[in-house]
Ligand binder design. Structure first.
Ligand code: PLP
Length: 468
């Protein structure tokens, strides 16, 4: 059959308020043209992020009802432990409230020296954490602890036009040179982000994970995975990498994790829950240190900032996310949106990633200069025409004014359409495509924006705009 059907049916629905264009024009005005400020109830299709926005299954909701809310070592903890041992295989794990909590605990340990009296002394700026590409919260947690976050992506990963199958890969040559230059003693940890979120959700190949692992072993550097989208990465390996076509998703996941010494994981992605995460590892000493900080900042080791029902939902989500029918539909749905937009001539980042489609706005709206935020022009048009909320990843997010007040644009002007898991049907996706058709007819009339208010840090959340 040609049609990849949703491998689920709907037994509970969340109603969508259908709005008119006139109503949406007013909403945009009130939100000062920043869609982060729109009330979600006024959004018809919300593609702002795939994080924590997935739909849980009846079995996840059912598991929540029978959860054990005991303080220490509840039944629900053992259910989660069983599933984590099965897929991830590490010796130790700690539940945390979301991915960045795992990052905070890990980096406050590896970027500090622990004194004989048990107190922590930050090691200063000379500790470097290597990665294919650090995600923003990962980078922020490293830099907050005075460490240096280093991205060593391959050149093909950096080339937006390249159609290479694994553009998330780390460059082994760059890694070797960096270790030589900085010295192994200054590198407490190496990380691989799978899939590579900040580089368009591009996957990392098994061969690359293995090669990075071998290089790390040579120097005795622990390798951690930022495993937020491990199941999507495994599916890409199965589809694209020689020798994996007949392997099960679980066995591919097990192999990926076997090359590493631990991971951070946001369950808001590939555990299909609204909140949760884990920190896992093989090293007993590191585990004991992390456990101490977990107990100080998150909670006891068997719940780490989560309720028993959250642990249940996560355990069941980890069963469902590695099902091939789920991943087949997931990746095809994102790919269907991407390839259809591409056929219409909408310029996109290539190839289509796992969780989102990225529009290259520099090419789509060439008449709007970076200083007038073309990404905001497209984001506002998507909302006005279709009630769709997308995310600007361009000069609002990454641009800035330098010391002489010159505008420094982001290297790329992108708009991301992130697809929540199991939330929208094919007809919702078709509607998004039709909204692009409508916008394509009026691109020349779209105008830029002027930023009228902004904060120094993370200004995309709060900035205000007027139309030029
Ligand atoms: C979302 C994400 C994180 C952070 O997880 P939170 O749950 O949002 O704190 C870290 N790394 C990657 C690759 C992510 O996508």
């Amino acid at each position: 059959m040609r049609t990849v059907i949703e491998p689920y049916r709907i037994k509970s629905v969340e109603r969508i308020k259908i709005t008119t264009e006139a109503e949406r024009v007013k909403q945009l005005e009130q939100a000062k043209y920043n869609v982060f400020k729109l009330p979600a109830a006024e959004v018809m299709i919300d593609l702002l992020t795939d994080s924590g926005t997935g739909a849980m299954s009846d079995e996840q909701w059912g598991a929540m009802m029978v959860a054990d809310e005991s303080y220490a070592f509840a039944k629900s903890y053992y259910k989660l432990e069983k599933q984590i041992k099965h897929i991830f295989g590490y010796k130790y794990f700690l539940p945390v409230h979301q991915g960045r909590a795992a990052e905070k605990i890990l980096f406050s340990n590896v970027l500090s020296d622990i004194l004989p009296n048990g107190k922590y002394k930050n090691a200063g700026a000379n500790r470097h954490i290597l990665s294919n590409t650090h995600f923003d919260t990962t980078r922020a947690n490293i830099e907050f602890n005075n460490g240096t976050a280093v991205d060593l992506l391959t050149n093909e990963g950096l080339n937006p036009a390249s159609l290479a199958p694994f553009k998330g890969n780390m460059d082994i040559e760059k890694m070797r040179n960096y270790i030589k230059k900085i010295g192994r003693e200054n590198i407490p940890l190496c990380m691989l982000t799978i899939t590579n979120n900040s580089n368009g959700g591009q996957p990392v190949s098994m061969a690359n994970i293995k090669a990075v692992s071998e290089e790390c072993k040579k120097h005795n550097i622990p390798l951690f995975l930022d495993a937020c989208r491990f199941a999507e990465n495994a599916y890409f390996i199965k589809m694209r990498e020689e020798g994996y076509q007949n392997k099960s998703i679980v066995s591919i996941c097990q192999e990926m994790f076997s090359y590493s010494d631990g991971c951070t994981f946001s369950a808001k992605k590939d555990a299909i829950v609204n909140m949760g995460g884990i920190l896992a590892m093989n090293n007993a000493t590191l585990y004991e240190q992390c456990k101490n900080i977990l107990i100080i900042t998150e909670g006891f080791e068997s719940y780490g900032g989560l309720a028993g029902r959250d642990l249940e939902a996560m355990a069941q989500g980890l069963v469902e996310v590695v099902e091939e029918s789920y991943l087949h539909h997931r990746i095809h749905s994102v790919n269907y949106l991407g390839t259809t937009l591409q056929k219409m001539g909408i310029p996109l980042v290539q190839p289509i990633g796992g969780h989102a489609v990225y529009v290259d706005v520099t090419k789509f709206l060439p008449h709007i200069e970076a200083s007038q935020f073309p990404g905001i022009a497209l984001v506002c048009a998507l909302y006005q025409k279709g009630g769709i909320r997308a995310c600007e990843i361009g000069s609002v997010m990454f641009g800035y004014q330098d010391a002489s007040n010159n505008f420094i644009p982001s290297p790329m002007e992108l708009v991301r359409l992130a697809i929540p898991r199991r939330v929208y049907t094919q007809s919702h996706i078709d509607y998004v495509i039709e909204t692009f058709e409508a916008i394509q007819k009026i691109t020349k009339t779209l105008r830029g924006y002027k930023m009228t208010k902004s904060e120094v840090l993370l200004r995309h959340f709060t900035a205000e705009f007027t139309q030029v």
